[in-house]
Design a protein around this ligand. Structure first.
Ligand code: DGL
Length: 274
C-alpha cells in the first residue's frame, strides 16, 4: 500500500481528460496535477524545448514525493519519456502512447482504416505508427497534425461554429480521401471536442487514449503494490498560469464528487481552495 499521490502533467488542461477515468476506477488514489498553461501549446515547439519543460515539471512532481509520474500528454510521451525515466530512475514513469497503441492493435484489424490526429510533434515523432505496427503490422494507419485545435480548446472553445469549421478544415479531406472508419484522438486535449468530431463524422469509431491510460496505471500500481487504501490527501492542481479556464474545467470535473480540491499557481503566490 502507498498513499502518496500520483503525479500527472500536461502542457495545459488537456491532461485533465484522464482524471475522471482514474477517479471512477481508483477512488482511493489522490492526484497532483501540473498544467503548464503559461507555456501551452507544446505541440509545435522544438523537441529540445519540450524536453526542457518536461524535465522541469517531472522534477517538480518528484520533489512533491509522487509515487508515479503519469505523462498525460502525447507530445511529451512521444519525445521525452525515455529521458524522464532516466532522470527519475526511482519513480515509475508512464506515458499515454504505449497503452493507446496496444488498444488500437487489439481492437482493430487489417480491414480497418485508422486515422491518428495529434500535434505536429506527436505526428513527426512517429511513435503511434511505430508502436501500433509493432503490435500488429497488418494495420492501415494514416496520420494528420491538427496544430490549431489546442490553442482554441485552451481558450474554452470546445463547441460551436468556429471549432466545427476548424475540424472540417483539417479533417474533411483526411477522413474522406483515406476512407477512415476509426479515429485515434492522439492528443489529450481532443476528447474535449469529441462531441463535435462525432457530430461531423458519425461513422467514425473513436479511440480515446485518455481512457486507455488508466489500464496501464492500474497494472503498474498492482505490479508494484502501490495502491492507496484511503483517500487521505486532497487533490492539488498546479498551473504555471492559473487561468479561469483551467479552474473552471477542474470545477466541472469535480462538481459532483466528494473530493477536496486545491489550486495553486506555480510560484505559489495564488492559491484557491474548494
Ligand atoms: N495535450 C497534449 C498532447 O496530448 C499537448 C498539446 C499541446 O500542448 O500542443 O499532446
Amino acid at each position: 500500500m502507498d498513499n502518496r499521490p500520483i503525479g500527472f502533467f500536461d502542457s495545459g488542461l488537456g491532461g485533465l481528460t484522464c482524471i475522471p477515468h482514474l477517479m471512477q476506477s481508483l477512488p482511493n488514489e489522490s492526484i497532483i496535477y501540473f498544467g503548464d498553461t503559461a507555456r501551452t501549446p507544446y505541440g509545435s515547439k522544438a523537441v529540445s524545448t519540450i524536453r526542457g519543460f518536461a524535465f522541469e515539471i517531472s522534477d517538480f512532481l518528484a520533489e512533491r514525493d509522487v509515487k508515479m509520474i503519469a505523462i498525460a500528454c502525447n507530445t511529451v510521451s512521444g519525445v521525452a519519456i525515455e529521458d524522464i525515466r532516466k532522470r527519475h530512475p526511482g519513480i515509475p514513469v508512464l506515458g499515454i502512447i504505449s497503452p493507446a497503441s496496444h488498444t488500437v492493435a487489439k481492437r482493430c484489424n487489417s480491414t480497418n482504416r485508422i486515422g491518428i490526429i495529434g500535434t505536429k510533434v506527436t505526428v513527426q515523432s512517429g511513435e503511434y505508427p511505430r508502436k501500433i505496427l509493432r503490435y500488429n503490422p497488418s494495420l492501415k494507419l494514416f496520420q494528420k497534425a491538427c496544430p490549431a485545435f489546442v490553442p482554441l480548446i485552451e481558450e474554452g472553445m470546445t463547441e460551436g461554429e468556429i471549432i466545427e469549421l476548424l475540424i472540417s478544415r483539417y479533417m474533411d479531406g483526411f477522413v474522406g480521401e483515406n476512407k477512415l472508419d476509426t479515429l485515434v484522438l492522439g492528443c489529450t486535449h481532443y476528447p474535449l471536442i469529441r462531441k463535435s468530431i462525432s457530430a461531423l463524422y458519425p461513422h467514425l469509431e473513436i479511440i480515446d487514449p485518455s481512457e486507455e491510460m488508466l489500464q496501464s496505471i492500474n497494472d503498474e500500481l498492482e505490479k508494484r503494490s502501490l495502491y492507496a487504501d484511503s483517500h487521505s490527501h486532497e487533490n492539488i492542481f498546479y498551473a504555471s498560469d492559473l487561468s479561469e479556464n483551467f479552474v473552471n474545467m477542474i470545477d466541472k470535473i469535480f462538481r459532483d464528487s466528494k473530493y477536496r480540491v486545491a489550486f495553486k499557481s506555480f510560484d505559489l503566490e495564488t492559491e484557491i481552495r474548494r
